[in-house]
Unconditional design. Structure first.
Length: 90
């Protein structure tokens, strides 16, 4: 992480500026939550961001994703309809 974008949490941990307060908003998050956002340092983002899965991205609900959305007044993501392919008849 770029040193100018982090705050020291303890001797061995840092956090992105903005994530250490309530409501949390990473200093590298651009855009409006609920309308469209992006990470301005995508290639340098922390493992916390790389490892965070949105609900249903892996076929399971993520309660942390739902909680983060709720903090911004957004409804949880809905499970997408089950998609499957029919076998091709010969």
């Amino acid at each position: 992480m770029p040193d100018d974008l982090v705050v020291q949490i303890n001797p061995s941990r840092v956090a992105m500026i903005g994530t250490d307060q309530k409501p949390a908003r990473c200093c590298s998050l651009e855009g409006e939550v609920g309308s469209g956002t992006r990470c301005s340092i995508y290639e340098q983002r922390s493992s916390v961001c790389r490892d965070f899965e949105s609900s249903w991205s892996q076929g399971e609900v993520n309660v942390d994703c739902d909680a983060a959305r709720a903090a911004f007044g957004l409804a949880p993501l809905e499970q997408p309809p089950y998609e499957f392919e029919l076998p091709i008849s010969a």
